[in-house]
Design a protein around this ligand. Structure first.
Ligand code: SF4
Ligand code: SF4
Length: 163
């Protein structure tokens, strides 16, 4: 955890409840549906939400973009407003088409691990950044929340100073 992590004011984001007793079954449904919906593929490296499995504790943690109110990743982007964008609802999202894969956003992410994935683009030509966009164009909302097998995912209230 980075030192300033608890001071970050986060926006509406996918959250896990309750994280500490872990209703999460570690089944990967959220990761799978995420990559399928965004990239049309199923592959662990394509998701924008990450399951950290506690193989001994059996407490599984979910990591996703917290849509920080001051969105440092957006400000750090070499192609701000083209690659890394901000919509009218405060959702920080990436237009992969314009991303040059410079990783500035990943370095700027205030969370550890960073909430941005870095994988081959759909045409396999180069690596690009991918992050949770709250399924902003999906009328039903985030698919990971909808398809969680144990219903341990939801959307946080606005704003939230916890993770
Ligand atoms: S990797 Fe892409 S989204 Fe991230 S800072 Fe560079 S251009 Fe912007
Ligand atoms: S990618 Fe990291 S810094 Fe950017 S909004 Fe998400 S959590 Fe915050």
């Amino acid at each position: 955890m980075k030192d300033n992590e608890t001071l970050i004011q986060t926006g509406r984001h996918v959250t896990q409840f309750p994280a500490d007793v872990s209703l999460c079954a570690g089944c990967s449904s959220c990761e799978i549906v995420c990559s399928l919906l965004h990239d049309g593929v199923v592959g662990p490296s394509y998701n924008r939400i990450f399951v950290e499995r506690g193989t001994i504790s059996m407490i599984h943690r979910i990591y996703a973009c917290q849509h920080c109110v001051d969105h440092p990743c957006y400000h750090a982007c070499a192609r701000k407003d083209q690659a890394m964008c901000l919509d009218e609802n405060g959702i920080v999202y990436i237009n992969e088409e314009y991303c040059i894969g410079c990783k500035r956003c990943i370095k700027a992410c205030v969370f550890d691990p960073p909430r941005i994935n870095y994988v081959k683009s759909s045409d396999k030509s180069k690596r690009k950044a991918k992050k949770c966009d709250l399924c902003r164009t999906r009328p039903e909302g985030p698919a990971c929340v909808e398809f969680c097998q144990v219903r341990c995912l939801g959307i946080s209230d606005l704003p939230d100073e916890r993770r």
